[in-house]
Design a protein around this ligand. Structure first.
Ligand code: NAD
Length: 380
C-alpha cells in the first residue's frame, strides 16, 4: 500500500465533488460511485457525493469548462473525484484558453495548489500478458510510484505565446521555470513516499542540457541528505525512458518535474497493461500536510470507446480508493477496494483494453459488469 502522509480518519460527513466530465468520464464515474456507496455502507462512512458538470459537459450546461457553480462546489468539498475532460473533435472549435484541459483541469490544479501528482503503476501478476514486456523483464512484479511536480515547469511558465515574426513566419515560446522552494517541496513528497516503500528514489532530470535540470539535481541532492535511509540516484530523462522499458523493476519512486513526469508516467502506464488501470492523486498541502486533492484516472476521455460500455472503470475506482486513503484517512475502506479489484482480476474479469484470448481464464466484460463485480467483492 502506498503511503505518503495519512490524515486522522475523517468519520463525520465527508463532502465529495464528483466531476465526471466528458467521453468515458460519466461511465467510469458511475462505477466508482457505485463502489464508494458499497464501501460507505460496509465501513459506516457518511459520504455526501455531489455531481457537477466540467469540461464540455460544463460548457454545454453553463457556458464554461469550469462553471462557477462547479468551482464553488469544489471549494466547499473535502476532495474532488474527477473523471476526464476534453474532446479532440470539439476542442479546436473554441479559443485555447477556454478549452477544457486548460480552463478546467489546469485551473483546478492552480486554484487548489495541487503541486504533487502521485501515479502508482502496479502490474498485477494476473495481467502479466497485458504488459508489453516479456515475462523475464517483469521480474517479481512491477511496482513504481511516479511523483510528478504539477504546478510548475513548462506547462505554466511565462512567457507562453505564439507570435508573428514577419514574412509569414511565427514563433512559439514556452518557458521552463522552477524555483528552489518548488523543487524542495516535491522532493520531500518523493522522499517521504520512498521511505514508506522500498526506500529508493530515482530523480529524473536533464542536467546535461537544461539549467532547470542542474538546479533540480542540486536541490534534490540537498533535500536527500535529510533522508539518509533512502537511496538516491539521478538519471537523465532520456535514459529513464529507456530504462523503464529495459528494466522497470529497478525503480521504486521516480521523481519528475512536470513535463517529464507527464510523459514518463504514461510510458510507465503501458507497463500496467492499460491507462484504464492507472489511478492518480493530485495533492495540495494544508498546514504542511498533504490532504486536499483531486483524484482522477491517468487516462483521458477515450472518445474512441465512449458510450459503448467498453471503458475500464478500474482506474476511476482505484482513484476513489486513493481519495479515501489520502484525503480522509480511511485506509481500511481503501484497502478493501484495492483487494476487491485484485480479486476480480484474479477471477479473470477483463474489459477490452486488458483482454487477450491467450489468457484462457479471461472473461470479457463491459464497464458496468466490471463495476458490479468490484462492488460485490467489496461488499462480501
Ligand atoms: P486517452 O487517454 O483518452 O486515450 C488513449 C488510449 O487509451 C485510447 O485508445 C483509449 O481508448 C485508451 N483508454 C484510455 N482510458 C481508457 C479506459 N479507462 N479504458 C479503456 N481504454 C482506455 O488519450 P487521448 O486519446 O490522447 O485523448 C483524448 C482526449 O482526452 C483529449 O481531448 C485529451 O485532451 C483528453 N485528456 C484528458 C485528460 C484529463 O482530463 N486528465 C488526460 C489526458 C487526455
Amino acid at each position: 500500500m502506498l503511503k505518503v502522509e495519512l490524515k486522522e480518519p475523517m468519520s463525520n460527513s465527508i463532502q465529495i465533488a464528483a466531476l465526471a466530465g466528458d467521453g468515458i468520464g460519466p461511465e467510469v464515474m458511475r462505477e466508482a460511485i457505485k463502489v464508494l456507496r458499497v464501501a460507505e455502507k460496509k465501513f459506516s462512512l457518511s459520504l455526501q457525493i455531489t455531481e457537477a458538470p466540467v469540461g464540455w459537459a460544463g460548457i454545454d450546461a453553463a457556458g464554461a469548462a469550469l462553471p462557477d457553480a462547479t468551482l464553488a462546489l469544489c471549494k466547499k468539498s473535502d476532495a474532488i473525484l474527477f473523471g476526464s475532460v476534453g474532446l479532440p473533435d470539439r476542442d479546436p472549435t473554441i479559443p485555447k484558453e477556454q478549452r477544457p484541459e486548460r480552463a478546467a483541469l489546469l485551473r483546478l490544479r492552480k486554484e487548489f495548489g495541487l503541486f504533487a501528482n502521485l501515479r502508482p503503476v502496479r502490474l498485477s501478476k494476473h495481467l502479466a500478458h497485458a504488459c508489453p514486456l516479456q515475462p523475464e523483464r517483469q521480474g517479481e512484479g512491477i511496482d513504481i510510484l511516479v511523483v510528478r511536480e504539477l504546478t510548475g515547469g513548462m506547462y505554466f511558465g511565462q512567457p507562453k505565446l505564439t507570435e508573428e515574426i514577419g514574412d509569414g513566419r511565427r514563433r512559439a515560446i514556452d518557458t521552463m521555470v522552477y524555483t528552489t522552494p518548488e523543487i524542495e517541496r516535491i522532493a520531500h513528497v518523493g522522499f517521504r513516499a520512498a521511505r514508506s516503500r522500498r526506500k529508493k528514489l530515482t530523480s529524473i532530470d536533464k542536467a546535461n542540457v537544461l539549467e532547470n535540470g542542474i538546479l533540480w539535481r542540486e536541490v534534490v541532492t540537498r533535500v536527500g541528505k535529510e533522508y539518509p535511509d533512502v537511496e538516491l540516484e539521478h538519471m537523465f530523462v532520456d535514459n529513464g525512458a529507456m530504462q523503464l522499458m529495459l528494466r522497470p523493476t529497478q525503480f521504486d519512486v521516480m521523481l519528475c518535474e512536470n513535463m517529464f513526469g507527464d510523459i514518463l508516467s504514461d510510458e510507465a502506464a503501458a507497463l500496467a497493461g492499460s491507462l484504464g488501470m492507472l489511478p492518480s492523486a493530485s495533492l495540495g498541502a494544508t498546514s504542511g500536510e498533504l490532504t486536499f486533492g483531486v483524484y482522477e484516472p491517468a487516462g483521458g476521455t477515450a472518445p474512441d470507446i465512449a458510450g459503448k460500455n467498453l471503458a475500464n472503470p478500474l482506474a476511476q475506482i482505484l482513484s476513489a480508493a486513493m481519495m479515501l486513503e489520502f484525503s480522509f484517512g480511511q485506509a481500511k475502506a481503501a484497502n478493501a477496494i484495492h483487494e476487491a479489484v485484485q480479486r476480480v482480476i484474479a477471477d479473470g474479469l477483463r474489459t477490452g483494453d486488458i483482454y487477450t484470448p491467450l489468457d484462457t481464464k479471461a472473461k470479457k466484460v463491459g464497464t458496468r459488469e466490471m463495476g458490479d463485480a468490484v462492488a460485490a467483492a467489496v461488499a462480501s
